[in-house]
Design a protein around this ligand. Structure first.
Ligand code: UD1
Length: 367
């Protein structure tokens, strides 16, 4: 079985890592790894390949940053010759970034079936670029690998046949569990002068939160209050850095602003934080497994299991509500919640099992 595996942006890298490890362990399964170049900064890309022992990509399409239309189109133009040359049995895409839909669309039009890892998640908010990417990628995929039960229900509601849907668990959690020991050894707390001190973690990168000055200002006003009680580490995404240029963060002495962090350092901080504030999707899942309280600075989530079973709470964007929720967590730390079914470190093995069986059975990929 030959797969073309696609990775483009930072949240893809921790999802493809365990899939690549699993493929390397198996005889008779080969992967050709494509990096689209959607993320390209050292700290947004190469660092993750090194820390997670992901093989060097066979090709880097080098698309870089651009508008949605241009970035998606560039990935498509540069990916098509790769599929034509490689002629894989399937193209495997993960997550919901522009590279995900671009490569899925190229593959399916060339008659190559698509496997989508992290299928079925829905925020029901079509102003989010990721929601569009998720709906479209799922509609054209042959194998839909789902992390939580809500995803299965969403796909069934959209008319996806049951025999395409596989609840296989969460590959990002495979990586988290595999790297726990290594990340415990990170010296990031000492490096940030946080050894022996309690702290929180903040991440922000959603266009709806950072591109709108009023919204970003409101979130930072709330953070200004919280950092008086608890030092907060804020690794800043490149998109957010641009938006922050006009903000006087130096006036917040309890806010520790850093470059984007590597995976092991970041997992160390997440695991040991009193509180995490974020607008990321993946961090809602990671804090659930780590049992760390997470306040999500959004009005919706495509990952409801992190609320129903895990440690996540949606607090929206109102500064007063954010401060009140953080204060409550600090005064009365909530319980650790429950780890969702199949988030057990073996999702990649289940996925490769399904693909191996599907591709080796003649006719199994026909509609
Ligand atoms: C992308 C994904 C988003 C994901 C996020 C994680 C889409 C539509 N969005 O958003 O789902 O949660 O990645 O990080 O695919 N930039 C750099 N260096 C880089 C990469 C980006 O400086 O290595 C800057 C560029 O100015 C770029 C901006 O960040 O214009 C945004 O990058 P882009 O890939 O367009 O979207 P993200 O906001 O990173």
């Amino acid at each position: 079985m030959k797969l073309v595996v696609v990775a483009g942006a930072r949240p893809n890298f921790m999802k493809i890592a365990p899939l690549m490890w699993e493929i390397q362990r198996r005889d008779g399964v080969a992967a050709y790894l494509v990096h689209t170049g959607q993320h390209y900064d050292e700290r947004m890309s190469r660092l993750f390949f090194e820390e997670l022992a992901i093989p060097r990509p066979d090709v880097d399409l080098g698309v870089g940053s651009a508008s949605h239309a241009v970035q998606t189109a560039e990935v498509m133009k540069r990916f098509e010759p790769v599929v034509l040359e490689q002629r894989p049995d399937a193209v495997l895409v993960v997550g919901d970034v522009n590279s995900t839909i671009a490569c899925a669309l190229v593959a399916v039009k060339l008659g190559v079936p698509v496997a989508h890892v992290e299928a079925g998640l829905r925020s029901f908010d079509r102003t989010m670029p990721e929601e569009i990417n998720r709906i479209l990628t799922d509609a054209i995929s042959q194998w839909l690998f789902v992390t939580e039960r809500s995803g299965v229900e969403n796909l069934r509601r959209e008319g996806i046949p049951a025999d395409r849907i596989f609840l296989t668990g969460n590959v990002m959690i495979d990586t988290l569990l595999a790297c726990r020991e290594l990340s415990r050894r990170s010296t990031i707390r000492e490096d940030l002068h946080l050894a022996g001190r309690e702290f929180g973690v903040l991440t922000l990168h959603r266009p709806a939160n950072v591109d709108e000055p009023g919204v970003l200002g409101g979130i930072l006003a709330a953070i200004g209050r919280i950092q008086r009680e608890l030092p907060i580490v804020f690794p800043v995404h490149p998109r957010t850095r641009k938006a922050l240029e006009s903000q006087n963060l130096a006036a917040l002495p309890g806010l520790i602003v850093t470059e984007p962090l590597g995976y092991l350092d970041f997992m160390k901080l997440l695991a040991e934080a009193r509180l995490v504030l974020t607008d990321s999707g993946g961090i809602q899942e990671e804090t659930t497994v780590l049992g760390v309280p997470c306040l999500t600075l959004r009005n919706n989530t495509e990952r409801p299991v992190t609320i129903d079973q895990g440690t996540n709470r949606l607090v929206g964007l109102d500064p007063q509500r954010i401060v009140a929720a953080a204060t409550r967590v600090l005064l009365e730390p909530p319980g650790a919640g429950r780890v969702p079914d199949l988030w057990d470190g073996r999702a990649a093995a289940r996925i490769i099992d399904v693909l191996t069986a599907g591709i080796s059975t003649p006719g199994s990929t026909a509609d």
